[in-house]
Design a protein around this ligand. Structure first.
Ligand code: T46
Length: 133
């Protein structure tokens, strides 16, 4: 499955911490877009889609949440709970995010501009596409 956890190097001194993200040094694609998700209500699940052509790196810069990833065969769960933990997600991975903490700020770096046509939001269509590949 095209995902992996990337440990982000923390630069710190007596004043506190800093994480710098540069592509291609730390992020394995050119960054075209950044968005962040916060104020997610308790018990809410987000996502429930896949992307046809998009690489992303997700980081909980505050708080925590869980990504459930599915490639049509296997399911994996990754808990993001540190600003030094990045989750890279490639193409054709169905993702759902849940268990958001109240203070969660989920920042996502993306390789392409926003394009609704790139989303597969219907699970049956996703399953058909991955099973024929
Ligand atoms: C993903 C997961 C991790 C925009 O207008 N521009 C954007 O760049 C994005 C990301 C979203 N939007 C609009 C589209 C919807 O009207 O914002 C609204 C909420 O987006 P969505 O329901 O797709 O959000 P999530 O949390 O379900 O999914 C998001 C990303 O869309 C998706 O690419 O992989 O986070």
């Amino acid at each position: 499955m095209d995902f992996r956890v990337i440990n982000l190097h923390e630069l710190g001194d007596e004043r506190g911490c800093l994480v710098a993200l540069e592509s291609p040094k730390h992020v394995p694609f050119d960054i075209k877009r950044v968005y962040y998700i916060y104020g997610t209500k308790p018990d809410v699940s987000r996502g429930a889609h896949a992307h046809q052509n998009l690489n992303q790196l997700a980081i909980c810069v505050s708080g925590s949440c869980v990504f459930k990833l599915f490639d049509g065969r296997e399911t994996n769960e990754v808990r993001l709970d540190s600003p030094t933990k990045g989750l890279f997600i490639g193409n054709m991975i169905w993702r759902e995010m849940h268990s958001f903490s109240e203070d969660c700020v989920l920042m996502v770096l993306a390789s392409r501009n926003y394009d609704e046509q790139d989303y597969i939001r219907d699970r049956d269509s996703f399953l058909k596409l991955v099973n024929q590949a």
